[in-house]
Design a protein around this ligand. Sequence first.
Ligand SMILES: CC(C)(COP(=O)(O)OP(=O)(O)OC[C@H]1O[C@@H](n2cnc3c(N)ncnc32)[C@H](O)[C@@H]1OP(=O)(O)O)[C@@H](O)C(=O)NCCC(=O)NCCS
Length: 194
Amino acid sequence: MDTKRVLHIRTERLILKPHTQNSLAWLNTTFNDPREGYFDDDSPPRENPLSLDETQKILDRILNRPEDSDIIDYAIHQQSNDELIGYGMIAHIDHYNHRCDLGISLGWDEAAWGKGYASETLRAVLVYCFGDLKMNRVGSEIYEFNTPSIKLFERNGFRREGTKRQYIYKDGIFKDMHLYSLVREEWENQNNYL
Ligand SMILES: CC(C)(COP(=O)(O)OP(=O)(O)OC[C@H]1O[C@@H](n2cnc3c(N)ncnc32)[C@H](O)[C@@H]1OP(=O)(O)O)[C@@H](O)C(=O)NCCC(=O)NCCS
């Protein structure tokens, strides 16, 4: 059985670290932001806002992942004031096949967007995935209309390897989801890894 892993990384401007109970209000606002669900969720649109109690249940699952969980969650904080500005997860961690998938979101506060924080996060998480976790392949699934996320992953070396056609139902029509990946040899080449 794997021992439970937590991620704690300091980058130039950010600290990536495990969520705490203090993430509750921020997560609630983020999950209730229509942009979040639009880009990140294929469930039917919610009829009522997610209550704090419902968000607490999600947070409880994050805080109490089992020892052998294949998910590592993290919160993205600004280093300067410890403000929570985003969150992400490394999911489907498969140590036998050396692969995992990533999701990154900067949450509800537009002040954090367009500053390179997601790229800074992604680059640090890739070092963790290829280095600490010894992954060979890191993937991500992105809706065709999620231009910021497509730019984020392509800018950091991910290649589109396929498309699940008409995979999600949004705005009354079926839309595609793109599959992206970065494999170790590409990551090592782009980082002049020795
Ligand atoms: C996807 C998402 C995380 C991308 O955030 P982002 O801030 O656009 O991404 P980056 O951190 O890479 O920032 C890049 C932008 O910051 C600008 N920038 C400003 N200062 C910068 C710096 N110091 N370093 C790098 N880029 C900087 C870049 O020019 C770029 O702008 P552009 O996209 O107009 O070219 C964000 O849009 C989001 O949270 N979306 C909602 C949820 C979501 O879609 N999640 C993904 C599911 S997989």
